[in-house]
Design a protein. Structure first.
Length: 200
């Protein structure tokens, strides 16, 4: 089954990383570190939502309607033209009322400010759905298979960073304030390499 992360590997290097950094307003090292945390977080949140039949149905319908994956053919161009769509709307649905708390915790963890993390999540959310939409089409995934793909991606990221996404999942499921600094190890570029199959 195709990897969601595999469709996003270009974000971590070259011109896409440079343009993403400009969009986010941070240097490339900070952007790369933030990306290494934000990508698994979004996939974990999507997996959490898709674990419910109604959530899987809504996600499958959204992918079929709005996210065919075509934007991934030229990530640098997409980032230069303002991104792939309304990331704020996606985040409102995926993270809900927890969005602000998650952004603040990720900012503390990465060592940057909340606005930088908010911009990053808003830019990459449509790209994550584009990668998922492409995987759905290429694999002809139904709602159940889509949920299984996301759950598998979450487990794979957890294996690459033991304890990391467990802390993120607890934060997504909890009403407590939570602090990622004590919950997860620093992902950094090493996790990006592992998520993307060792390619940089």
């Amino acid at each position: 089954m195709a990897s969601v992360f595999g469709g996003l590997e270009e974000l971590a290097r070259g011109e896409p990383l440079r343009r993403l950094s400009l969009r986010v307003g941070a240097d490339e090292d900070v952007t790369r570190d933030a990306l290494a945390s934000a990508l698994p977080l979004l996939v974990a949140a999507l997996a959490r939502n898709a674990a419910r039949p109604a959530g899987a149905h809504d996600l499958a319908a959204a992918l079929a309607r709005d996210h065919d994956g075509g934007i991934l053919r030229d990530l640098a161009a997409a980032l230069g033209q303002g991104g792939a769509g309304s990331g704020d709307g996606i985040l409102a649905h995926v993270l809900g009322a927890r969005r602000g708390r998650v952004e603040e915790a990720l900012a503390r963890f990465v060592g940057t400010d909340g606005q930088t993390v908010a911009r990053l999540l808003s830019v990459i959310a449509p790209l994550v759905l584009a990668a998922l939409g492409r995987a759905q089409r290429e694999g002809r995934l139904d709602e159940r298979s889509l949920a299984e793909l996301l759950a598998g991606e979450q487990r794979r990221a957890e294996r690459q960073a033991p304890g990391g996404l467990a802390g993120l999942a607890r934060m997504l499921d909890s009403d407590a304030d939570g602090d990622l600094r004590d919950e997860i190890p620093r992902f950094g570029a090493g996790l990006l390499r592992r998520l993307f199959g060792g390619r940089r």
